[in-house]
Design a protein around this ligand. Structure first.
Ligand code: AHR
Length: 503
């Protein structure tokens, strides 16, 4: 039996939760947009062709900010293609995913969809094949009220009020050799700085994200962040982090501890940003936009899905349609715990991606939509994590892993909303074989009762929800949870993710 203890006290706060931490990501990739959020002719489609069943699921998931339109896609994207009369929009080859982009859905349509799912638009700029001028054009089009050629064009295209986009990514994964327009840190740092300065001349309200490394495994990780921030420190607000995890070589033990790697990743980027701050004698703080994170079986994409034939440029092919297991969802839940633990510096995050493509929501053309296992930790955390993240003073048993050394078997984070007096605790048990008994001292929060306690676990850790069996895996009430004399006691099954709310 594994044991762990934690203590919740409102005086020990990590930081306020920025709701943008519950962001997601929609890329023009595979069936994320077409056949995903948009399918005219589907029985639930609205007048604009958006699937009503998907809108309902996205609202239930609880996303806040959605990054768009890529990803690798954005580095070859001409935004002008995606606005204006649909019949005039060009069909383009998307080199990133070897597909054809019809541009049927563009900025106006996507923005309209976002109002239906109550989420904010976060746009990425193409700094791969394009530069400062095209970035300026796009911001003029989206954010200037009227009286200039591009703002008036937006009005003529049907959008009278500016889109008012605040969050902007200065390119995507520019450190990656696969990226169109891939650059060295020096070259990218210069163009990112020039672009940021120019955009701020146009609209000083913008919040700008400069590209960090596309993963902590990149050979340039660390030095990339340092050099890029040396060029852009005073020009930007955030540096991006991207991380994908998968079970490799049957090593479930290491996979379950992926959150340890994410903790280390975040802390390394914070340390690098703060050292540039010291070097530049700056008083400004750079925060993190963790704008791509998830479990992703990348090798499957490389070996099975990837399209390379020069004759083959399909529209919305089935790409990156990973089916997530219980173990995947437990890791996923632990990644959310890691993000929240660093709420003082992680001010924005985007679950990559939203529908069909490495996604919590799946759809069939003309047919059903369903929740993958990963849907549940996200929806519950987004709903319950409110107010401030608390330091939980975790004391857990440990075990050894091949990839990450000795790790805490139980990981946890807690949040407290002083306005409503409610608290929430999110926990993961990484043991493959043993239950964990966790005691949580909540006396410091005043008189509380347990409002809900639920767990995601299964005797088969590889069980998944599929088209044929859409509700195989879900949350179950955790009836072991009790609160006596200011102490919550809960039993966590092996390989499980749980949430407890108190109020
Ligand atoms: O999310 C899938 C891809 O992963 C994105 O397009 C890219 O930015 C990253 O490499």
């Amino acid at each position: 039996m594994v044991t762990a203890r934690l203590t919740l006290d409102p005086h020990f706060a990590v930081g306020a939760i920025n709701r943008r931490i519950f962001g997601s990501f929609v890329e023009h990739l595979g069936r994320c947009v077409y056949d995903g959020i948009y399918e005219p002719g589907h029985p639930t489609a609205d007048a604009e062709g958006f699937r009503g069943d998907v809108i309902d699921l996205v609202k239930e998931l609880g996303t806040t900010t959605i990054r768009y339109p890529g990803g690798n896609f954005v580095s070859g994207f001409k935004w002008e293609d995606s606005v204006g009369p649909r019949e005039d929009r060009p069909r383009r080859l998307d080199l990133a995913w070897h597909s054809t982009e019809t541009n049927e859905i563009g900025l106006h349509e996507f923005s309209s969809w976002l109002t239906k799912v109550d989420s904010e638009l976060m746009l990425a700029i193409n700094l791969g094949t394009r530069g400062v001028e095209e970035a300026l054009d796009l911001v003029e089009y989206t954010n200037i009220r009227s009286g200039s050629t591009l703002s008036d064009l937006r009005i003529a295209n049907g959008q009278v009020d500016p889109f008012g986009v605040t969050m902007w990514c200065l390119g995507n994964e520019m450190d990656g050799p696969w990226q169109l327009g891939h650059r060295s840190a020096e070259d990218y740092g210069k163009i990112a700085s020039q672009t940021a300065k120019a955009l701020r001349q146009l609209d000083e309200r913008l919040e700008l994200v400069v590209c960090g490394s596309s993963s902590a495994q990149m050979p340039t990780f660390g030095s990339w962040e340092r050099t890029v921030l040396q060029h852009t420190y005073e020009d930007v607000d955030y540096i991006s982090c991207h991380a994908y995890y998968e079970e490799r070589g049957g090593d479930l033990t290491s996979f379950l501890a992926s959150g340890v790697n994410m903790d280390h990743f975040i802390e390394s980027v914070v340390a690098t940003a703060d050292s540039v701050k010291a070097e530049l004698r700056s008083s400004k703080q750079i925060n993190i936009s963790f704008d791509e994170w998830n479990v992703w079986y990348i090798e499957r994409y490389q070996t099975v899905d990837r399209i390379t034939d020069v004759e083959e440029w399909p529209v919305a092919p089935r790409l990156l349609e990973d089916v997530y297991s219980v173990a995947d969802a437990v890791v996923f839940g632990s990644l959310l715990i890691s993000l929240l633990k660093h709420a003082d510096r992680v001010q924005s995050a985007s679950l990559a991606q939203l529908v069909n493509v490495i996604a919590p929501i799946m759809t069939e053309p003309g047919g059903d939509s369903w929740r993958q296992t990963t849907f549940f930790p996200f929806s519950v955390t987004s709903r319950l994590a409110r107010g401030t993240v608390l330091e939980v003073k975790l004391d857990s048993d440990t075990h050894d892993t091949k990839d990450y050394g000795t790790v805490a078997t139980v990981d946890a984070v807690a949040t407290f909303d002083a306005e409503t007096g409610t608290a929430a605790v999110f926990l993961v048990n990484r043991s493959e074989t043993e239950e964990a008994t966790v005691t949580i001292d909540v006396a410091g929060l005043g008189a509380l009762g347990i409002l809900e306690a639920s767990t995601l676990a299964d005797a088969d850790v590889y069980a998944a929800n599929t088209l044929a069996d859409q509700n195989r895996v879900g949350l179950t009430p955790n009836t072991s949870a009790s609160l006596v004399d200011g102490v919550v006691t809960i039993t966590l099954p092996a390989v499980s993710w749980s949430a407890v709310s108190l109020g």
